[in-house]
Design a protein around this ligand. Structure first.
Ligand code: WQD
Length: 340
């Protein structure tokens, strides 16, 4: 059994990964400063697994606080680092907060890892570093474009920091580039908790369907796609969590053999248009969606979806849950929030 630090473990993908680690018999320690999560998520994790992970409220962008925290947990075998600000639009308005928090917390954690190079380090990265790729599906060796947002840039720079630090201090890292995480745990005990008006498509859909929001605005129907709306690769959050377990096991087992930093795309390998997502939601839930077409959202690439062959070949991972399953789970989670 390993002791695994999950930073941002009360957040969306972090909590789903913490569940899987606990179910796999690992000891989980969560560091989360509640800047984009709620302490009640601990109860959801416990309700699913029967185990309540240890949690400390740590500001990982504070070097002294992070050093003190990790000084009390030298026995951590692996770190899965989710904790970051992640709202693309907000990052345009608050770039300095995003660089300070996302890069500062990464550097503070790596100052611990360099003293314990056997500690496996998994980094939460993003497909947003690709921008509008020239070739689809997008492979890990695709040219990355200047990210459209400071948020995407913190992920691109984060990967570069990892490459230099891992080489200089002889440790190994796996970076996982998420495409569009959606859905919720089938138990409906944990899920996405967007604070304020959801910026992402699926939480807006479920809140609109629940009558909490007006009709969805579909941002653009004049893109060069099969129905004019943008295409994305929507992947179930439980599939994403599974990839983190496999990536950590690869590093712990000493199989990470291709250089200091290995990178994997996490998607389904298939793209869906916005209208196809709405149809999948209705077919999965029986709830009809109302929407209006609106202007394009600045910075939206027309089409983004992943080539996931590398994760299949190297990690033995492939997405298993369908878009309809994601919609059904997201809806069940939304309904549980109404009842709570
Ligand atoms: C999806 C599609 C919108 C809201 C996000 C993160 C990014 C990365 C991938 C993690 C787009 C359309 C949306 C709405 C709409 N994740 N849309 N009406 O922008 O692809 O990227 O996931 O790192 O960082 O930002 O996701 O859900 O915002 O948009 O029409 O009210 O839905 O135009 O085509 P996006 P999204």
């Amino acid at each position: 059994m390993s002791k695994i630090l999950v930073t941002g473990g009360l957040g969306y993908i972090g909590s789903h990964t913490a569940v899987l680690l606990l179910e796999s018999g690992h000891d989980v320690l969560i560091a989360d400063d509640l800047s984009n999560s709620r302490a009640e998520v601990l109860g959801g994790i416990e309700a699913i697994t029967g185990k309540r992970p240890a949690w400390e409220n740590v500001d990982l962008s504070d070097a002294a606080a992070t050093a003190s925290f990790l000084g009390r947990h030298q026995d951590v075998d692996s770190i899965i680092h989710f904790a970051a600000y992640k709202a693309v639009g907000e990052s345009v308005d608050r770039p300095l907060d995003y660089y300070q928090n996302n890069l500062g917390s990464l550097i503070n954690l790596l100052n611990f890892v360099k003293t314990k190079p056997e500690c496996a380090f998994i980094f939460s990265s993003s497909c947003s570093i690709y921008g509008q790729a020239d070739e689809l599906p997008i492979r890990e060796d695709a040219k990355t474009k200047p990210p459209e947002s400071p948020y995407g840039n913190t992920k691109k720079i984060g990967e570069e920091i990892l490459r230099h630090a891992a080489s200089a201090h002889d440790f190994k890292v796996i970076a996982l580039r998420y495409f569009n995480p959606v859905g919720a745990h089938p138990s409906a005990k944990i899920g996405e908790l967007p604070l304020g008006v959801p910026q992402n498509l699926v939480p807006f859909v479920t809140q609109s369907a629940a009558g909490l929001r007006g009709p969805l605005k579909v941002f653009g129907n004049d893109y060069p796609t099969r129905d004019g709306t943008c295409i994305r690769d929507y992947i179930h959050v439980v599939d994403i969590a599974r990839a983190h377990l496999l990536a950590m096991e690869r590093l712990v087992d000493g199989d990470g053999d291709s250089g200091p930093v290995e990178v994997f795309n996490l998607g389904t390998g298939a793209g869906s248009t916005v209208l196809e997502v709405l149809n999948a939601f209705t077919s999965a839930t029986g709830v009809e969606m109302k929407w209006d077409f609106a202007d394009r959202r600045p910075g939206d690439p027309a089409e983004v979806y992943a080539d996931t062959q590398k994760a299949t070949d190297v990690l033995g991972w492939k997405a298993e849950l369908s878009l309809e399953q994601s919609m059904a789970d997201a809806w069940r989670w939304q309904q549980s929030l109404r009842d709570s």
